[in-house]
Design a protein around this ligand. Structure first.
Ligand code: ME8
Ligand code: MG
Length: 836
């Protein structure tokens, strides 16, 4: 029933790294992940791209404000984005950064293509620029930007120009003919009216005057040749596109595509005084990610043009006008479709980092992750239960969810909420209250409850086995006929692709349960298109309530007591569990974690693997084989208490901090930041040269600790009263194991102002470990996540605040009050590498 598998190239915008991610960014990325997972399960060869936009004046200024070199600044914020997507289980195929060397080469190659095809010339730009939007704006400097409201700045500088004006008619024709498909009608009209020019002025005044910048032919490096090339053109009638619609010629002006008044960007080939305009740089990521401009262009040839480019509605002009024009000019194919979604609003205005009205995804993950139920112990296959292994399996207690379980569980809730609540393309308000209400209604009381009650009845009445007579020869029509005959009071019969008799739509009979489930199954198919999440999820809710109603109406708990109802009991349970299978497959792209748990509980194994193997498409009713044994059961979506709303609001308030995500950092020397417990009377940063703590190491000093901070730990070396460290042997040094680690989790500990709880990744050869560190007054959790640091790994564990700390971070102690500054690396280095 599915369409033929094809390739599917899907992109999100690459996000600016001037500030940390918020749920607006998560929204686009989630939509893309849902689409990518759906296309993969349909068998399409899918490439899902996301990444970060790291050049330009805005980033340069943000880095300067933070007192950090721009590369270091972008490294840290890009890592925050990546860490977040990883926490959320986003299945991107590539995360591109515009500071990647390969991207830079690709941008320069495209520049040269535009230049050799003579679409670039040199001129001066005097006008307004919005640094926040990184856009040249046609409005007076000092006035608010018409898009974002921030004050426009004057720019007078030498710029290279791109002959955008030449693409007015080609773009109009491409969009009007649908060859460039702007999927949302409102956005399509917005772009068309921009391209058509001020038609209303012509209507009103009988004529319209446009200013045309006269391009020089080809490129020039000589500024004086290129001044003041503007002419005024007056039109009294319109021109016509191929489709016969009106437009005003030259209403689209040439576009400046380089900047020469700052440095943070990709150098223009042949003129190092210029950097490439950040939007040209950024847009090209969609092809450099596929290898354009590199030696290996196999992916570019396979996946370009993009099948769908997802963007927020505020950047539609960049994607539907500038981007296709650049491609046409370079002789490259244009994307097949661009889809814009609306904005997430908070307190009635667009959630944005500059307004400060943002909600962080981390808050939702941390808070809702606490709801994640324990996973049941997977039963070990009989064969591997050797006698000596039995001990390991003796505990019946369910496994505590891991941090990753909690994150993925919570991420599902956010995914579902955003796609169910907001009509795609429109703006939607976010509130914690709505999030929890939706969770309880649709996931806890809806899907989760249906799964739990059905499976627990199969466990109870059938000893966890799916029972049914052998109907493997039945066609789907046989099933529907059979169900129809078993559903009293149902008068209209139809297959799922035929419309229902509305009068019988909500009846909770076996026939309706099957009918709705088959429609659910068919909603997966390509023929319903990609978008329209809200309507489809609403239909799934209906299916769930029909099946649930059927189950309640037939009351298996009563049937189980009547010997004559044995067969009917099996039919009722089979119908419910087979419906759950279809609903679960449909929900998989939206709820990848929860459905993977359901799939395992159905006894069907690993849903990711099933998706990959194509087992989730072309589902047939009756496909759940009799004899299938359920896996161990555990709750899917426990009900959430409303107090979590308060928790999340408080977390956001606590985390509110200035826009700039980073503090300045200096090149560290080697010393360890000792965890300090704020309740300890001697708490507070310790002076580095506290003699009893000094362990001299190769010219620098490291603080070490004994197993307990009170009394001060015994010195590892003879106490020296002066500040000159005594020497140690190389063997002494070799006793200290120092390794490179990456901080993957960083969080505050309630009521301990100085302590942070960290989890660090030491690479594949070591387990992750927890470290408590007394640096909370100097580093925020967000800026730590993703950082590569040095950990002393062979310290005896110690307990603080009831938590065990397994190791210590290496940091320098800076200035008079000993502010710890973490040791980091300038080069890429493998996790787990030993320092020696
Ligand atoms: O514009 N609601 O980056 P950006 C919904 N670097 N989506 C939102 C949102 C909100 N409140 N806030 C952000 C840029 N987004 C450029 C893009 S592409 C070649 C370069 C999402 O950090 C939405 O997808 O401002 C929006 O288009 C994007 O983040 C803008 O992110
Ligand atoms: Mg923006």
């Amino acid at each position: 029933m599915s369409a033929d598998p094809k390739k599917f190239y899907l992109t999100t915008p690459i996000y600016y790294v001037n500030a940390r991610p918020h749920i607006g960014h998560a929204y686009t990325t989630i939509v893309a992940d849902v689409l990518a997972r759906r296309h993969r399960l349909l068998g399409d060869e899918t490439f899902f791209l996301t990444g970060t936009d790291e050049h330009g004046q805005k980033i340069e200024r943000s880095a300067a404000a933070a007192g950090v070199p721009p590369q270091q600044f972008t490294d840290q914020v890009a890592a925050e984005f990546k860490t977040l997507w990883d926490r959320m289980g986003i299945t991107y195929d590539k995360f591109i950064r515009t500071t990647d060397p390969a991207h830079k080469l690709g941008v320069q190659q495209l520049w040269r293509a535009l230049e050799s095809r003579r679409f670039i010339y040199l001129d001066t730009y005097t006008g307004s620029y919005c640094v926040s939007d990184e856009a040249f704006v046609d409005a007076p400097a000092g006035t608010p930007c018409p898009d974002c409201g921030r004050l426009l700045e004057t720019v007078t500088e030498e710029n290279y120009f791109f002959e955008l004006s030449k693409f007015q008619l080609p773009l109009l024709n491409l969009i009007e003919s649908g060859k460039l498909n702007i999927e949302n009608e409102a956005r399509r009209n917005e772009v068309l009216s921009f391209l058509r020019g001020p038609l209303s002025v012509l209507d009103r005044d009988g004529s319209v005057t446009v200013q045309r910048r006269i391009p020089k032919s080809g490129s020039s490096k000589n500024l004086s040749e290129a001044l003041d090339k503007v002419e005024l053109l007056t039109f009294t009638e319109t021109s016509k596109t191929e489709a016969g619609t009106d437009y005003i010629p030259f209403a689209l002006n040439d576009l400046s595509i380089s900047r020469s008044s700052f440095k943070w960007g990709i150098p223009v080939p042949g003129n190092e005084n210029h950097v490439v305009y950040v939007w040209l740089d950024a847009l090209i990521n969609y092809i450099t990610a596929l290898g354009y401009g590199s030696d290996d262009t196999a992916n570019f040839e396979k996946f370009w043009p993009a099948d769908l480019q997802l963007v927020g509605k505020e950047i539609i002009r960049f994607h539907c006008v500038y981007w296709p024009a650049f491609l046409l000019a370079a002789g490259l194919p244009i994307p097949k479709a661009i889809t814009a979604h609306g904005w997430l609003l908070f307190d009635n205005s667009k959630m944005s980092k500059s307004k400060g009205n943002i909600v962080r995804t981390e808050t939702i993950l941390d808070a809702l992750g606490t709801l994640c139920p324990p996973a049941p112990l997977a039963p070990a296959p009989e064969a591997v239960i050797l006698s000596e292994a039995k001990d390991l399996l003796s505990s019946d207690a369910p496994q505590e969810p891991t941090k990753s379980d909690r994150d993925l569980f919570a991420s599902d809730i956010l995914r579902y909420f955003l796609l169910r609540e907001i009509p795609f393309g429109q703006d939607g308000s976010f509130s914690f209250d709505a999030l929890l209400t939706r969770y309880n209604a649709d996931l806890a009381n809806g899907y989760g409850n249906l799964v739990s009650r059905t499976l627990s009845m199969i466990a109870k009445y059938n000893n966890s086995e799916i029972l049914s007579e052998d109907r493997s020869k039945w066609t789907e029509k046989d099933w529907v006929d059979h169900a129809f005959g078993k559903s009293p009071g149902v008068t209209a019969w139809s297959l799922p692709d035929q419309p229902f008799d509305p009068g019988t739509l909500r009846q909770n009979t076996m026939y309706h349960a099957i009918h709705h489930s088959l429609r659910t199954r068919d909603l997966l198919d390509n023929k319903y298109g990609d978008i329209g999440f809200q309507a489809r999820l609403a239909e799934i809710s209906l299916t769930i309530s029909v099946v649930d109603g059927f189950l309640s109406g037939e009351a298996p708990w009563k049937l189980a007591k009547l010997p004559e109802s044995k067969e009917w009991l099996q039919e009722v349970l089979y119908t419910s569990v087979e419906s759950i299978r279809m609903i679960t497959v449909f929900l998989y792209p939206f709820l990848p974690y929860a459905t993977s748990r359901v799939w395992a509980q159905l006894g069907l194994g690993d849903i990711e693997l099933a998706a990959k193997n194509g087992e989730l498409k072309n589902l047939q009713w009756g496909g759940l084989a009799p004899g299938t044994k359920l896996g161990p059961l555990s709750p899917i979506f426990p009900r959430a208490d409303k107090s979590l709303i308060e928790t999340m609001i408080n977390m956001e308030e606590q985390n509110a901090r200035p826009e700039t995500p980073l503090k300045s950092a200096t090149t560290p020397t080697h010393a360890a930041a000792e965890p300090t417990d704020s309740t300890h009377p001697a708490a507070g940063p310790r002076p580095i040269h506290e003699p009893s703590d000094i362990l001299p190491v190769g010219g620098s000093t490291a603080l070490t600790t004994g197993p307990d901070p009170v009394p001060p730990p015994a010195p590892l070396t003879p106490n020296t009263q002066d500040l000159t460290p005594a020497s140690i042997s190389i063997d002494d040094f070799a006793k200290i194991e120092l390794r490179v680690a990456q901080i993957v989790v960083a969080e505050r500990i309630p009521k301990a102002d100085k302590l942070l709880r960290l989890e660090v990744d030491l690479g594949p050869d070591f387990p992750k470990r927890q470290i408590l560190s007394g640096i909370a007054e100097h580093y925020t959790p967000e800026e730590l996540i993703g950082r590569r640091i040095v950990v002393i790994t062979n310290l005896a564990p110690r307990k603080m605040r009831g938590l065990e700390s397994h190791g210590m971070l290496l940091a320098a102690s800076d200035g008079e009050n000993g502010k710890p500054i973490l040791a980091t690396f300038a080069e890429d280095i493998a996790l787990g590498s030993r320092l020696k």
